[in-house]
Design a protein around this ligand. Structure first.
Ligand code: 6CS
Ligand code: FE
Length: 300
């Protein structure tokens, strides 16, 4: 095997065996290479240990207002609603997610290039970065449905061909996140374990998995083991707060039966040194609006 084959080696096999497995992560979490940026050494240490960290007040109240209006504009725009990049909740006919939103909205594009965001992503991943996926998520009150426990990297490896977990997600809250309106739950420390899942990826899996993920979710036994070892924390905080979480963080959310909706902007940065190859466990690639294929670095 030559050096060039390293990216196509499957270091994180999943959806290929009849048995699930817990594998040790062999990659760093916070990568060396970029020495300065907005993250303090305490934040970097916490991110390394837990697989996530929170930045309160990333957006000012005025910025939250502007992004909220942008979300309103996008979700009520008929051409956006009809766009294949928009996921509509079948039961309620409400917009659940709008993908590739950094290309649909100049405001979100600005956020991606904002030094508060871009420089932190570069610091965490130790290199230039590009946007693997972006979306606005809207979880309505009363009817908002959550996502079962999963690691994003498991999907991005199996279905998009990301060789390793050198990617980080940013979730910026546009509404207040309470413990009771369907906020994200994470298992601190579980990002160091890769859960190899059972089951085969169906063709065009993304058409249903973006509403309800059924393939690439750990067994209850594996979730139980991780939860007893690591415990569970939740991302709460006022609108404008931001959560940075590792691509292999184990996370999920419950339904939202409160009247308070929950919206966020979600941006996934991947290292340019972790560019996608062919999917490791799917018959075809997902569309570019769900998983970018070019690794063009974001520039200010
Ligand atoms: O498919 C994706 O890219 C994302 N969506 C889901 C429901 N799970 C994996 C990942 O978070
Ligand atoms: Fe996720």
């Amino acid at each position: 095997m030559t050096v060039a084959d390293v990216s196509t080696q499957d270091r994180y096999p999943t959806r290929v065996s009849a048995e699930s497995a817990m594998l040790d992560r062999t990659d760093p979490v916070v990568w060396p290479g970029v020495d300065s940026g907005p993250a303090t050494s305490a934040e970097l240490a916490s991110h390394d240990a837990k697989g996530f960290h929170i930045v309160e007040g990333l957006l000012s109240p005025a910025e939250v207002q502007a992004y909220w209006q942008e979300l309103e504009r996008l979700t009520t725009d008929d051409s956006v609603r009809a766009d294949e990049r928009t996921v509509i909740e079948a039961k309620s006919n409400e917009v659940r997610s709008i993908f590739e939103v950094h290309l649909l909205s100049e405001l979100v594009h600005e956020l991606v290039r904002d030094p508060r965001v871009l420089d932190r992503a570069r610091q965490l991943l130790g290199s230039d970065v590009y946007v693997h996926q972006s979306r606005i998520n809207y979880m309505p009150g009363y009817r908002g449905t959550g996502f079962y426990w999963h690691s994003d990297f498991e999907t991005w490896h199996a279905e998009d061909g990301l060789p390793g977990p050198r990617a980080v997600s940013l979730s910026v809250a546009l509404t207040d996140n309470y413990p009771f309106n369907g906020g994200l739950m994470l298992m601190p420390g579980a990002h160091r374990t890769f859960v190899s899942c059972i089951g085969e990826t169906p063709d065009d899996n993304y058409k249903s998995s973006l509403k309800e993920q059924k393939i690439g979710v750990p067994t209850e036994d594996d979730i139980t083991k991780l939860a007893y070892e690591h415990g569970i924390e939740q991302f709460t905080g006022p609108a404008g707060s931001a959560l940075w979480f590792d691509s292999n963080s184990m996370h999920g959310s419950g339904n939202n039966i409160t009247p308070y909706p929950r919206s966020n902007i979600f941006i996934v940065f991947n290292s340019v040194d972790n560019a996608p190859v062919e999917p490791f466990a799917a018959s075809g690639r997902r569309p570019g609006f769900v998983a970018a294929r070019t690794a063009d670095p974001v520039r200010r």
